[in-house]
Ligand binder design. Sequence first.
Ligand code: PBG
Length: 307
Amino acid sequence: MVRETTLAPHHLIAPLFVKEGVSRPVEIEAMPGQHQHTVSSLVEACGVLAELGVPAILLFGIPARKDAEGTAAWDPDGIVQQALRAVRAEFGDRLVLIGDLCLCEYTDHGHCGLLKGGAVDNDATLEAYARIAVSYAAAGVDFVGPSGMMDGQVGAVRRALDGHGYPNVAIMAYAAKYASAFYGPFRQAAESQPRDGDRRGYQMDPGNVDEALREVRADIDEGADIVMVKPALSCLDVLARVKTTFGMPTAAYNVSGEYAMLRAAAARGWIDEQAAIMEVLFAIRRAGADLILTYFARETAERLRHG
Ligand code: PBG
């Protein structure tokens, strides 16, 4: 009766992976219960989520071929584009479709941007992001989620969408995204481990928080509709400050490593899994998230719906 924080299926967004060229869903070893989907198993998973009242999915694609420029990312028949069309055809407006917009799944070197002399070329990467955004929009996306942490990415994507007749496609900005060990399992799921080096040149230093607020402010100025903090559990302080400072629709990403460590402890009987999931999701809501991107979306919505 006196509880201050609520949790309902409509607070959840389910991240989903779709892989080109597989004939059945492949379970991700480091993320038990999560799969690299085929287009048809993805559509099935979306049906369950829509039925449970989860309003949105975040889609990641794994292409059949990678190259230095990540060209498969803006292929009109690329895996994300195919998946967007299939899900839209099946569910119409019943699900909000968010396309994660990055190059790391598409480049053979695994970096989130184009390389020049071994380093990421920020501005050349923005042109590629603009192309990807327009191709997702043509395939029917509702939101794009630029996640590569290039400077100016939200503005570049906003201008490209507006310039190509997609002013109503919105942007969920990975605004404060820290370089994090907790993305490890995701890189197995998305097959996006960098071949050399790491992402600390473009993702944020976990020691910083003023910088996070500057990043969020820049993204809002450039046209972000939702701002995100990531990862969630090690950044609850950042999340709280972002929500109170800007009052924007604010999302937090309960990332792959947060999922994996809970699953792993539960599999050994070391933790009460259901209670821990609820505690984590309530904590993220309490810290200020309007929306939580979580691999626990489906089972949590089931529990909230059916007790
Ligand atoms: C790609 C991207 C990553 C995640 C979301 N988008 C990986 C990374 O930055 O290395 C991580 C999600 C997760 O760990 O669940 N830029």
